[in-house]
Design a protein around this ligand. Structure first.
Ligand SMILES: *Cc1c(COP(=O)(O)O)cnc(C)c1O
Length: 237
């Protein structure tokens, strides 16, 4: 962190963000309460995360298994859920299953199988989102749109997991209209799959939108935004 954030700084920042979320929600025919605000907390120390939880953040997202497990004991999670949002290697699944409320970044059928297997071992069902590479970028993870339905079909057969929706990280765009087009395409996919009512697949969450584009994402139908730098400042690695 570039500067130490005070409680009132964080509270004010979150308030401003909530107003922007509410505005975009209204413009898209919904309410603030329809949108989940998740704080993306990679590189953020546990005590700062706890401050944001005290300021009313109810969802946090972590990217790295080791970093999360290190911070976890210090986190005050009674009123806060944890989602895993980073690329997850199959060999790390065992360490994280049962310690998060959702895994948003399921980007292969193999990974889904491993999450199912580790969940069954400890007698739980893990909620997941399936990640879509909406811009078909080779640098990104996730299923291409044209692979999605087949992948969902295969994933829906796995015991120990429950598909709750889709997640995406669109290409970085200079112009807001370009971002909106990716979000629009993603929303179309989401609605299309939802309308098919596939067995064992519930399309409740469409996770898209980050610090630079969350209002556009909400305007196009996102109901979960993942915000890091706009809350915590630029990340220092
Ligand atoms: C870091 C991260 C975010 C938040 O990014 P910001 O641009 O800082 O808001 C959202 N989603 C994922 C998957 C991330 O890794």
């Amino acid at each position: 962190m570039t500067k130490r954030l005070s409680n009132s700084d964080i509270a004010e920042t979150i308030q401003r963000i909530k107003e922007k979320i509410a505005e975009a929600a209204l413009r898209s025919g919904r309410k603030f309460e329809d949108i989940i605000l998740l704080a993306a907390t990679k590189t953020v120390p546990a005590h700062v995360i706890n401050q944001t939880i005290k300021c009313g953040i109810k969802y946090i997202g972590e990217n790295r298994v080791q970093e999360y497990l290190k911070k976890r004991d210090e986190l005050e999670l009674d009123n806060c859920r944890v989602h895993f949002i980073g690329h997850l290697q199959t060999n790390k699944v065992r360490q994280i299953v049962g310690k998060v409320d959702m895994i948003q970044s399921v980007d292969s059928v193999k990974l889904a199988h491993e999450i199912g297997k580790q969940s069954r071992k400890i007698g739980i069902t893990t909620d997941i989102l399936v990640e879509v590479n909406i811009g078909k970028e080779s640098s990104k993870y996730g299923f291409y749109p044209d692979q999605l339905e087949q992948a969902l079909y295969e994933i829906s057969q796995i015991d120990g997991i429950k598909v709750k929706g889709l997640m995406t990280i669109p290409p970085i765009c200079d112009k807001k209209e370009q971002s909106r087009e990716f979000f629009f395409n993603m929303s179309k996919l989401f609605i299309d799959i939802k309308s098919k009512k596939l067995d064992n697949i519930s399309m409740e969450i469409l996770s898209m939108g980050m610090s630079g584009d969350y209002q556009e994402a909400i305007l196009e139908g996102s109901n979960l935004v993942r915000l890091g730098s706009v809350i915590f400042g630029e990340r220092k690695y």
